[in-house]
Ligand binder design. Sequence first.
Ligand code: MG
Length: 457
Amino acid sequence: MPTTSDKPQLFGTNGIRGVPGRDLTVEFSMEIGKAIGTYFEVPEIAMGKDTRDTGQMIFNAVSSGIMSTGKTVVDLGILPTPAVQYYSRMRSIPGVIITASHNPPQFNGIKCIAADGTELERTGEEEIEKIYYNKSYVPAGWENAGTVISDPNAASVYVRGVMSRVDVAAIKARKFRVLVDTGNGAAFSTTPTLLRKLGCSMVTLNAFPDGMFTSRTSEPRPENLKDLISLVSKGGFDLGIAHDGDADRAVFIDEKGNFIDGDITLSLVVKSTIKKGDRVVTPVSSSDAIDEICKEAGAKLIRTKVGAPVVSRTMIENQAKIGGEENGGIVFGPHQYCRDGAMTVALILNLMALHKKKISDLVNTVPEYHIFKTSVERRKEWKSLEPQILRYSGSNLLDRQDGLKIYLEDGWVLLRPSGTEPIIRVYGESKMKKKAEELALEYHALISGLQEEPSSL
Ligand code: MG
């Protein structure tokens, strides 16, 4: 586990994650609640959760800790992560979400939201960790202990907020027929409600809360969406939609049953929302198609390290209109500065409505690029490998903000040591499918070779 000082860092890139009863115990969760309540100097803190079976248990522990510091907890119930963030932003109060996003059902997590709806910055998380380790909680005493109130309007406020950003009349006029797979996750009600209000006729799949994710795993990859893909491919639908467990991401299936890569969705949304002078933010790992689209529109593209919080933060700093990652996580600045699955759904329907085109025709308007992703075991320190890789790559252009991105004649290669596993991720992109694979495999072989033990002879 990475350390900030001599104590383990508790918050990872997406909050505190663990298995309840093992490392994410109720005792620990309550102490974290006390630390969160002490850190946020406000009278109220909003709280929501995804559909996991352990959600209520962790919610109760964290909220008890928060109430012991005199803060009132606003219980929003089961909601997508972006709906809790939207509520925080609308009411200017911080929030806590009990979720493990797309992780398997045994996991759960605690994620903190700043009062502007964005994920709490690392400095804030460090303060919470400091309070936790020093046990410097500020208890309120019985006479000032907080309580729980609920706000049943959070879901409808969120859906209305999403709708306010698109041309509802144009979408309604098209009477889209959609198949939506909410994967038994947090959007089981909000996304179907949104689709109904947008005049879609819909068939839902896995649209009931099931914290065991019995029907499919909560990561919306094509191999986990076989039911959705096979049903859409039978015909009769304009679009297939799927979310991850906490619905901050959305992925799409075209009317023929083809899975649409996240890079293409991002390209489509960027293309349809930007104009000259706008700013767009995306990590070094996403496609050059975005560069091409921005160049053509006269918009400025800013590349960042990989990770949703850094994309959102960079968007705020640069007043960017749109940003996102290649995994279906799209951030639409005018709505809110966080990944938002329902907003992404509405933007794609808006695009289909305004262009009066099928989704597959729109996909064909995106510049064609291919990314090949693989990984290689890391047996040596990344720092010792870097100079050797640089010697090999010669004088090619580099982006060094997250690993090594090497621009080559026919594409690029990105080599990133994982922060959580002993592997190095290897990406290759090119306009030619074969070349993308060749580039990735060339550097995969290089890194493997550099880690070979020297001969004992
Ligand atoms: Mg998620």
